[in-house]
Structures are given as structure tokens and as C-alpha cells.
Design a protein around this ligand. Structure first.
Ligand SMILES: [Zn+2]
Length: 196
């Protein structure tokens, strides 16, 4: 069964269950827009994707088709099945009120992906301290030869996407990111589709 694409409005987020075996496709409909993704085990939400475990077991920082997202309990929660961009970040935390105070003190404060994820995930028993580094679809975080990191506009073009196969019953958190630098200075929606 193929579901019609759902739309996440700019600077918002959502949460939904994803059953084992289902395919989640995250789409950038207009281009140059980041989407933060979290995946928790539906059987125990204390189990969640871990960037450290994933980098360790996958032996790369550049995760793309064929790579798996591992949990804090060293189990595979998702496999990346398709990826038309090949540029994602799993180093940086979801943008938050504190991010805006730190990087954009002259701009209006926003609760960011963190606040949006917190609200969307609260009905599933997940609180702020349970939210780890998200897998940031399409986010462009170059690391230079000295180890310095920066945030550049996402290279995603309109219609680009990344697809994840659920390897367990999951609770997904997903956003249309709210931070200026992450999204090339403008805020667009994110679409997603679930296939059985
Ligand atoms: Zn964000």
C-alpha cells in the first residue's frame, strides 16, 4: 500500500508510528531544506538512534544507501534503502531556543526542531532529555582538514528524497528545520510518504 505524501509545514514537526518492514521516504519538495529525523523503538522508547553507534559500526561519517542507523542498544533500527542526495548530517543536535540565542541573537527566537519534536513526541512518553542527535536529512556540514565544522546550504534539489526501511516497530519524529544557516536562509515544507 502506498500512502499519499504528507506535508510538514515550514518550521514545524510531527511524530507517527512506523511498523517494522514499512518504508519511510522523506522528500524535499522545493529543495534546500533540512529535515531532522528521530527513530525510537515503539516497544521501549528509551531505545533510540545513536550517531556514535552508527558511525562506529558503519565505519563512515557519510551515511547513504546501504548504511544502517543503529540504536544506543547496538541494534539496527533503520536501513537507508535509497538516497538521491548523499549529503546528510548526524553530528549536530536539533536546533532549539538555545541555538537561536547562540547563533541568531538579533533574530526572533524560535523553539526550533527540538521544540517541535518535543511537542510531537510527548504523547509517546518521550521528554526533552530523551532527544538525542537527530539524523538530519539533506543537512550539509562540511568538516575541514583541521576538524573545523561549518553549516552550508543543503544540496538537495526539488523532489530529492531519502528512504528508510524500518527494522523494528518505531516511533518517528520528523521536522521541517527552522534554523537559518541549515536551510540556506529560507524555510520550506518537508513531505513524507509511508509504503508497506
Ligand atoms: Zn532544525
Amino acid at each position: 500500500m502506498t500512502q499519499m505524501a504528507n506535508r510538514i509545514p515550514p518550521r514545524t514537526g510531527t511524530a507517527f508510528p512506523l511498523a517494522r518492514g514499512q518504508l519511510l521516504t522523506v522528500i524535499d519538495p522545493l529543495g534546500t531544506q533540512v529535515s531532522d529525523l528521530l527513530a525510537f523503538s515503539a516497544h521501549d522508547v528509551r531505545e533510540v538512534i545513536s550517531n556514535g553507534r552508527t558511525f562506529d559500526y558503519e565505519e563512515t561519517l557519510r551515511l547513504t544507501s546501504g548504511n544502517r542507523l543503529w540504536s544506543n542498544r547496538s541494534r539496527v533500527l533503520m536501513t537507508i534503502e535509497a538516497d538521491s542526495v548523499g549529503c546528510h548530517d548526524f553530528l549536530l543536535t536539533p536546533c532549539s531556543t538555545h541555538t537561536f540565542r547562540h547563533f541568531y541573537p538579533d533574530k526572533p527566537e524560535h523553539r526550533g526542531c527540538f521544540g517541535n519534536l518535543l511537542e510531537a513526541l510527548a504523547p509517546h512518553g518521550i521528554c526533552g532529555d530523551d532527544i538525542p542527535v537527530a539524523f538530519n536529512c539533506f543537512m550539509n556540514v562540511p568538516v575541514d582538514a583541521n576538524g573545523r565544522i561549518s553549516v552550508s546550504p543543503p544540496p538537495s534539489r526539488p523532489g530529492d528524497s531519502i528512504s528508510f526501511r524500518a527494522e523494528d516497530d518505531l516511533i518517528i519524529g520528523l521536522t521541517a528545520c527552522s534554523a537559518y544557516a541549515s536551510n540556506g536562509g529560507t524555510f520550506k515544507p518537508i513531505d513524507y510518504r509511508i509504503e508497506a
